[in-house]
Write a protein that binds this ligand. Structure first.
Ligand SMILES: [Zn+2]
Length: 428
């Protein structure tokens, strides 16, 4: 710009010098690579950051993916390096059994996925450890290791057998999502609630209510992400411990049936639970969701054609190939801004309260469809920066980053001990 100063008074010149100095100071505080200030970084790095949902186990099992990978071309969301860069302290790895491709052997595939998490921890004992309690997460944090926990995504994994549920607890599973996108024999899902071909139960069956109470007794967190609205309300009515939504966002902002209404958010607050915000672009940005509807249908068709072809050829179905097809379609829609994700955290903090919101990324489960700037766990500090920019205090940010889910987990452990003690004293 030529000759600008000619039009400025000396006073304005002084002011522009001040603005220049101030912005130089701000940029001196800013990490130019990611836009995270030293203050945000310090707040972020002093937290125990807990994410309640990542689908990486499918990569462990199907791709032989090594969490210690340093491959710069790897487009996955989670690796030990990425976790370290984003100060991720604990990850709940999702044990998700595709009900389509695993018919007749849900339990076997559940066990294979559980094994895959243990194997990763065994290969990297210096940087990662299995964790089964809040105490374990604290211990891992002190040892600067990633705490690996497990949550089963979809009640079909228990094959309608309460004994299997207990076995999964013994193997270390610390939450179960009552249903995935498929309605099972005891819990209705939001994923097929409008499908007349599916037999629904009007929420939870009596057995489903028993499952919830047995989870309470065991100390396994009850996860209401994915369930139909009526299943949610039945669960809230029957549970004796706080519930979690391991990866759900707010329906008032983005009208996906997978998201939670404001009434549900308030009910979780009353129950003492936590809603961990899903980062998936279709769940956090209404424009993206609308744009993705037709594209999602086409992607589903393409995946279906692939599955049918593999079956007809007698070949195995691989998650990598399904992911590749989905990514190709997802890449056709521009990514929403990070602001959309922060809006959801902010909305839930306002409606449910600051004690009832957390992070449930759905990393490695959304075909790369996350808001701009969030490419992996390494980008988590940007969320802290954005919350700081909106006026959140360090204490409140720590609650969101992990404090709230740790409080809920601890309370679930306490209720479990109490229920087990009561049962002992009533059965002399
Ligand atoms: Zn999910």
């Amino acid at each position: 710009m030529e000759n600008l100063k000619r039009f400025l008074s000396p006073k304005a010149l002084l002011f522009s010098a001040f603005v220049f100095l101030a912005s130089a100071l701000v940029s001196a505080q800013t990490n130019d690579a990611s836009g995270v200030s030293a203050r945000a970084r310090a707040i972020h790095d002093s937290a125990i950051v807990v994410d309640t949902h990542a689908d990486t186990p499918q990569r462990f099992l199907d791709e032989n993916f090594d969490i210690g990978s340093t491959d710069p071309k790897d487009n996955g969301h989670i690796s030990l390096d990425k976790a370290r860069a984003g100060n991720l302290g604990a990850e709940f790895f999702s044990i998700w059994v595709d009900p389509e491709t695993n018919q007749g052997h849900f339990a076997k595939h559940t066990l294979d996925l559980i094994d895959s998490v243990y194997e990763q921890a065994a290969h990297h004992p210096d940087r990662m450890m299995m964790a089964f309690s809040v105490e374990d997460i604290d211990r891992a944090h002190k040892q600067k290791k990633l705490a690996a926990l497990m949550g089963i995504e979809g009640g079909h994994s228990i094959e309608n057998d309460i004994h299997l549920l207990r076995d999964y607890y013994r193997l270390g599973v610390r939450y179960m999502t009552l249903s995935w996108s498929n309605t099972n024999e005891w819990a209705d899902s939001s994923g097929d609630i409008d499908d007349p071909k599916i037999q629904h139960h009007n929420g939870l069956t009596d057995f489903g209510k028993q499952v919830v109470l047995e989870m309470n007794r065991l100390g396994m967190m009850v996860d209401i992400s994915h369930v139909a609205d009526k299943t949610f309300w039945d669960t809230i009515a029957v549970t004796k411990a706080p519930v979690i939504a391991s990866h759900s966002s707010a329906r008032a902002l983005t009208n996906a049936p997978r998201n939670m209404t404001d009434d549900m958010l308030r009910a979780v607050a009353k129950n003492g639970g936590v809603v961990d915000v899903n980062f998936y672009s279709s769940f956090v940005d209404e424009d993206y969701r609308k744009a993705s509807e037709p594209i999602g249908k086409q992607a589903a068709e393409a995946v279906k054609a692939y599955l049918e072809k593999q079956r007809a050829d007698g070949k195995a179905v691989t998650y990598i190939e399904v992911d590749r097809i989905e990514r190709e379609w997802a890449a056709k829609i521009p990514r929403p801004p990070l602001k959309s994700l922060i809006d959801h955290i902010d909305h839930i903090a306002k409606v449910a309260g600051i004690d009832h919101v957390g992070l449930g990324s759905d990393f490695d489960g959304v075909a790369g469809a996350t808001p701009a700037g969030i490419d992996s766990a390494a980008d988590l500090p940007k969320i802290t920066q954005a919350l700081l920019d909106r006026g959140y205090s360090a204490g409140d940010i720590h609650k969101i980053l992990g404090g709230n889910i740790l409080r809920v987990f601890k309370e679930v452990e306490r209720v479990s001990q109490q229920m087990q003690a009561q049962k002992l004293s009533s059965n002399p």
